[in-house]
Design a binder for this molecule. Structure first.
Ligand SMILES: NC(=O)c1ccc[n+]([C@@H]2O[C@H](COP(=O)([O-])OP(=O)(O)OC[C@H]3O[C@@H](n4cnc5c(N)ncnc54)[C@H](O)[C@@H]3O)[C@@H](O)[C@H]2O)c1
Length: 276
């Protein structure tokens, strides 16, 4: 799909990948960019940056874990700019730990990393289906194809996000709906700081998990590089967006021999924990 002239909405767009995607959309000629985040001031700053560069942008504060916020986001975007052609459902959080993570943190991360995408699909699909076209990009993670050492909530919710993206692509791909799933490994952002702000606790810190080191094993990209990979994929309409291409071979190895892959991940966890 052409980005040029389209109305695009980006969630989690005050920071990190979402901010870079919003700026990149404007630079690539999007008709208008709706910059949405739970951090309304941060979203306003990004929208202003786009405006200063000559683009059309609007900041809308929305908590994607609340269905009404997501519905209002789509309604307001369409009232101002017309039909939404591209929606980047990108906001996400991380928390370290396993089954012992308190229920309120499990529920919150489930709502932000999974259910938000359900709300987004519910809000944008009817219009897109009626128009016979539309593009939804869900930000998951390489953790959604492989795993996240040290964080069961992140591994589980990102797998669920990938599953939802696949289901939407299969179910609506022949009705003009394009779906992509963005699955990076580590890139520089405020994810840990944001997650502490939203969830409390110490995501992936001091738990000897190797989680951050695992994600960085193939190098840490910039948010701009991740955004470029995502925006390039809109042109080719490819489903899986892998800013770290190595993830494709890890996924193949996991599918080819699950036992071997699990043993390898245990070894990596032990090694990274020793190095921490
Ligand atoms: N940074 C990484 O290494 C990495 C790797 C793989 C995937 N991801 C994913 O990339 C996405 C973007 O994260 P990032 O790394 O750019 O982090 P970030 O913290 O820099 O940006 C995330 C933004 O989401 C917003 N947000 C959080 N909860 C929200 C909510 N309930 N409603 C609306 N907005 C909310 C935050 O305010 C923040 O501005 C996330 O889905 C994350 O899981 C990140």
């Amino acid at each position: 799909m052409e980005i040029s002239g389209r109305v695009a909405v980006v969630t989690g767009a005050a920071s990190g990948a979402g901010r870079a995607i919003a700026l990149g959309l404007a630079a690539r000629g999007a008709g208008a960019v709706v910059v949405s985040d739970i951090d309304g001031n941060g979203a306003a700053e990004v929208a202003a940056e786009i405006g200063r560069a000559g683009g059309r942008a609007l900041a809308i504060r929305a908590d994607v874990s609340r269905e009404k916020d997501v519905t209002d986001l789509v309604t307001e975007s369409e009232a101002v700019f017309g039909p939404v052609g591209l929606f980047f459902s990108n906001a996400g959080l991380i928390v370290g730990g396993g089954p012992e993570v308190p229920d309120d943190a499990w529920s919150r991360i489930w709502a932000v990393n999974v259910h938000s995408h359900v709300y987004v699909a519910r809000a944008v699909l009817p219009g897109m289906l009626a128009r016979g076209e539309g593009y939804l990009v869900i930000t998951a993670s390489a953790a959604g194809l492989l795993t996240q050492l040290g964080s069961a909530p992140y591994a589980v919710t990102k797998h669920a996000a990938v599953a939802l993206a696949e289901w939407l692509s299969i179910t609506h791909g022949d009705q003009g709906i394009r779906v992509s799933c963005l699955c990076p490994q580590a890139f520089t952002s405020n994810l840990l700081r944001t997650s502490v702000r939203e969830l409390g606790g110490a995501p992936l810190a001091g738990n000897a998990s190797g989680g951050s080191a695992q994600a960085a094993v193939d190098g840490v990209l910039t948010a701009g590089q991740v955004a470029d990979a995502a925006l390039d994929a809109i042109g080719t309409e490819q489903f899986l967006i892998l800013p770290h291409p190595q993830v494709a071979s890890y996924e193949r190895r996991r599918a080819d021999d699950r036992e071997r892959w699990l043993r390898g991940m245990r070894r990596m966890q032990a090694r990274l924990a020793r190095e921490e």
